[in-house]
Design a protein around this ligand. Structure first.
Ligand code: PEP
Ligand code: MG
Length: 323
């Protein structure tokens, strides 16, 4: 952690030539709100909600969930809070009795939720209730999307939850945005198509990397092969960025890659100016972005896109570090 973190905090989120970017926090627990404030994050770019289950061994009811979301919203005003729907399965195991041979390729994220509709309905209800109290600040993020049907089914359930709210005399927040995690390679490859069906997208490089490189993100034996700075990951990210620009929808990134200062520079150079990461990483990322002109960031991105091996990428990055 940088010693001058406090000072950096007060400086605007702008590159040397005055181009704005946003830095937000990835969090999961109420206890982490302190760090969101300490490191001056512009709200929560990824609220992981699995803990609602994991901490209690059962999903909380609508009211308890609502108060969890409200606490997050109260403490981050006036910034957005991106609430990700339960992303259970894979490394976030819920129920040992349903062990699968390939959990990361199995019943996880939205695949599981759509089979447990009541759970999803409850979560959407709780989110809509919280959003109605803090209008214009809530975004809903769907994990592990791999088909358009995943999106349309969630949208229908979201509409129903909003409808129910107004039937109960509460005016819903009509501006809730619905977006998807881009973490399955087919979605990244067809990002222009998926972009037409959502309000925003967020790239999850943790999973995108494991699926693209066929390397389990948690397996120590092959951890040398798991590198989010792989040239193929950069090429795919760039493709998603171009698709989002073409379709004029906001794109952010919430995978670990964003917390690496030089990678963050490269991401902004590729046109992704909304980065979410663990809060403690914010000062170093901000310092790196503030000390460069946007043309330099763009040049770095162009060079990385020409790299063919991780070695080339690392070489480019260490030269950049010494600038
Ligand atoms: C990701 O996959 O990059 C991500 C941010 O989500 P998680 O790490 O929770 O799977
Ligand atoms: Mg993920």
């Amino acid at each position: 952690i940088l010693r001058d973190a406090k000072k950096i905090c007060q400086h605007p989120n702008k590159t040397k030539d005055g181009i704005s970017f946003s830095l937000r926090a990835n969090i999961e627990f109420v206890e982490e709100l302190e760090a969101v404030e300490k490191y001056c994050a512009e709200g929560i770019g990824l609220l992981r909600t699995e803990s609602i289950y994991l901490r209690n061994q059962q999903f909380k009811n609508v009211d308890e969930q609502e108060s969890f979301y409200i606490k997050m919203l109260e403490n981050t005003a006036p910034h957005p809070v991106v609430i990700r729907l339960f992303d259970a399965g894979g490394d976030k195991v819920l129920d040992n009795s349903s062990l699968e041979q390939n959990p990361f390729l199995g019943w996880r994220g939205i695949r599981m939720l759509l089979d447990q509709e009541e759970l999803l309905e409850q979560q959407l209800k709780a989110i809509c209730k919280a959003a109605a109290e803090f209008k214009g600040r809530v975004r809903i993020l769907i994990p592990m999307v791999s088909t358009i049907e995943h999106i349309s089914r969630v949208r229908a359930l979201l509409d129903a939850a909003q409808e129910e709210l107004s039937e109960n005399g509460v005016e819903p927040d009509k501006d809730i945005e619905l977006g998807i995690m881009v973490e399955v390679p087919n979605v990244a490859l067809q990002a222009d198509f998926f972009a037409q069906h959502v309000d925003f997208m967020s790239i999850g490089t943790n999973d995108l990397t494991q699926y693209l490189l066929a390397v389990d993100r948690g397996n120590e034996r092959i951890s040398k092969l798991y590198d989010q700075r792989h040239p193929a990951v950069w090429k795919l990210i760039n493709r998603v960025s171009q698709a989002a620009q073409k379709e004029s929808i906001p794109l952010s990134i919430c995978g670990e890659l964003a917390s690496d200062p030089v990678s963050a520079c490269c991401l902004v150079g590729m046109g992704i100016d909304d980065l979410s990461m663990n809060a403690a990483a914010l000062p170093a990322v901000k310092k790196a972005l503030r000390s460069h002109e946007s043309s330099e960031l763009h040049e770095l991105a162009q060079n990385v896109l020409d790299a063919q091996t991780i070695g080339h990428v690392n070489e480019l990055f260490s030269n950049w570090n010494s600038i």
